[in-house]
Design a protein around this ligand. Structure first.
Ligand code: GDP
Ligand code: MG
Length: 602
């Protein structure tokens, strides 16, 4: 394929607007997969199929004939959820254009707006598309109006399709070829390839996804990594069609995969440039690395599983570089890790992948954001001679007596909602310490609100509350907005006088009392009664600010089938034993492992 017959593009959209369905249609119409089977081919991970979300950006190459010429179309599927912005911005770097897909029934949503601006900044050519026009309630005219008002898109440029029924797909592929420019690469120049994704395959080892900017890459050649200077022999190169199909050569303008016997997880850095051995080129500017926003401790359920956990985390983080990994130690939980995630869903998905793909059972602490604190005195040896500390683990917060100022991470949030809920939305923003900055109507029924929030306020409940007050019609997205000065304190919880490390948290002063009472009550509800009384206390600086008691209770699981058959009794006892495995002991008290995230929710 000559460069002018190549198109590299992606689909960007709010979650559920039909990206994966459209990708399937593309693969079918170009004969890459057979019709009818293989639903959502690009969503390869088990969690993705289960939850119906795309987590990991995937690529696929398609061959399409247009006006008698054959074109190679490289499609990069992108995740839609706000936690995975980083993956989206990475994929955009390998593209020259994007399909902006909007559900004709739901209209422009918060992530549509966020994704639009990312594509706009990356200077991609956009093809605006209305999807789901087959739906009875589709309102293509009104949604086209929204796209015009919010993105300044000419209504005449908008294509109308049904990804589900396959209507308008051919026209869309034609538009991809006509409107999106071919990649700028030059085959006659020395090789310049950049890594836009890397992947650990259990059987094949490290797989790098490369975009070839200039030159040609062949199997068997030796290539050098610009940042490390290490040289590798290419054992396999190929394209994703839609799964790995080896070929001998990749040319400038193409995207594909490469394997080169990398052993160490750190060798395939996303954003790195590769060139032919002894033919160095100017490397491309690297990617801005993702900033983790949410931190949590992760420990093996059994200390003997520590090595299994370490191995699993190393492999998973190769596939997901946005996770920050640090060693952590806790007197109660032993040796483990402190992990940084892009958001709660990201954390949840990571945890689920650990269990599904590596079969490791873990204990996670309450998630928290990273606070910054100014320390008295210019140079404090304990804090590496700095007068500022970033606290990732609330248990390690310095003594308040030496702290002069506290800072917390902020985000700029975008909410799109039917205008009738405006009053409730305003109240919700204020409840979460948000400052409303802007409010505009995107058509005569919908409003877009921009507000600045402390990140800690939107982590756990905000989205659920937003959905519930707007009957599910509002959407929300946010981006990092730096740090602001704040007032926080450390809240600890004790069961019969023993501190529960997992629940130690840093919280805004205005929320301390309410949070302490709520969590004590939740603990009371969540912890099964045991054979003795348990006192639950919430403390600030050793001072008790909330308390509850859990009454004693002797639980006899077999009582209810007294006289029943023995196998039933055995089954119940077995269930109880299995249930026990997932318990965490604090002193002599058993707590269900997954209780901690539950406890934080309102
Ligand atoms: P993604 O989250 O953007 O990848 O969205 P999916 O492709 O997973 O689609 C979300 C849901 O919308 C699925 O239930 C699809 O079957 C449905 N869907 C996608 N395209 C269409 C369409 O054109 N018409 C209708 N009626 N449903 C669609
Ligand atoms: Mg999808």
């Amino acid at each position: 394929f000559p460069v002018e017959n190549i198109r590299n593009f992606c689909i960007i959209a709010h979650i559920d607007h039909g990206k994966s369905t459209l990708a399937d249609r593309f693969l079918e119409i170009t004969g890459t997969i057979a019709k009818g089977n293989n639903q959502q081919v690009l969503d390869r991970l088990q969690v993705e199929r289960e939850r119906g979300i795309t987590v990991k950006a995937q690529t696929a190459s398609l061959v399409h004939t247009y006006k008698g010429r054959r074109y190679l179309l490289n499609l990069i599927d992108t995740p839609g959820h706000v936690d995975f912005h980083y993956e989206v911005s990475r994929s955009l770097k390998a593209c020259n254009g994007a399909i902006l897909l909007v559900d004709a029934n739901q209209g422009v949503q918060a992530q549509t707006v966020a994704n639009f601006y990312m594509a706009f900044e990356a200077e991609l050519i956009l093809i605006p598309v209305l999807n789901k026009i087959d739906l009875k309630n589709a309102q293509p005219e009104q949604v086209a109006e929204q796209m015009h008002n919010v993105f300044d898109i000419e209504k005449s440029e908008i294509l109308k399709i049904s990804a589900k029924q396959g209507t308008g797909i051919d026209e869309l592929l034609s538009a991809v070829i006509e409107r999106i420019p071919s990649p700028p690469g030059d085959r006659s120049k020395p090789l310049k390839a950049f890594v836009f994704d890397s992947w650990y395959d259990r059987y094949k080892g490290v797989v790098a996804h490369l975009a070839i900017c200039d030159g040609v890459i062949k199997k068997g050649e030796r290539i050098t990594c610009a940042s490390s200077g290490k040289t590798y022999e290419l054992t396999e190169v190929g394209i994703m069609y839609p799964t790995q199909v080896p070929c001998d050569t990749l040319y400038a303008g193409q995207v594909g995969y490469a394997m080169m016997n990398m052993r160490n997880v750190d060798e395939a850095q996303v954003g790195d440039t590769f060139f032919h051995e002894k033919v160095p080129v100017q490397p491309l500017p690297g990617f801005r690395s993702a900033t983790p926003m949410v931190f949590a401790g992760m420990f093996p359920s059994e200390q003997t599983d520590f090595l299994t956990l370490r191995n699993a985390i190393e492999k998973l983080t190769l596939n997901d570089r946005s996770v920050q990994v640090k060693m952590d130690n806790s007197p109660a939980l032993g040796q483990g890790y402190r992990l940084g995630f892009l958001g709660l869903l990201h954390m949840d998905v990571f945890n689920q992948r650990l269990e599904q793909e590596f079969d490791v059972s873990t204990i996670m602490t309450a998630p928290n954001v990273a606070y910054k604190m100014k320390i008295k005195g210019e140079k404090n040896i304990k804090f590496h001679g700095s007068d500022e500390v970033t606290v990732l683990n609330p248990c390690l917060m310095p003594d308040p007596a030496i702290i002069t100022e506290y800072y917390e991470p902020m985000v700029n949030g975008t909410i799109i909602s039917p205008a009738e809920y405006l009053n409730q939305l305003t109240a919700l923003c204020h409840e979460h310490r948000g400052r409303i900055k802007d409010q505009v109507y995107i058509d005569n029924t919908r409003v877009m609100m921009q507000a600045k929030f402390p990140l800690s306020e939107i982590l756990v409940d905000f989205f659920d509350e937003l959905k519930s007050i707007t009957s599910g019609y509002a959407s929300f997205d946010y981006e990092d907005a730096g740090y602001e000065i704040t007032e926080v304190l450390k809240l600890t919880f004790c069961l019969n006088g023993r501190e529960v490390d997992e629940l130690t948290m840093i919280c805004h002063v205005s929320r301390a009392r309410e949070t302490a009472s709520r969590i004590c009550l939740k603990l009371k509800e969540t912890i099964p009664r045991q054979q003795f009384v348990i006192s639950v206390q919430g403390k600030v600086n050793q001072k008790v600010i909330a308390r509850e008691d859990i009454k004693a209770f002797r639980k006899d699981v077999t009582a209810k089938c007294y006289g029943g058959d023995v196998s039933r009794k055995m089954k119940l006892l077995k269930q109880q034993a299995e249930g026990k495995k997932r318990l965490r002991r604090i002193g002599n008290i058993d707590i269900p492992n997954d209780a901690f995230l539950q406890i934080l929710k309102k």
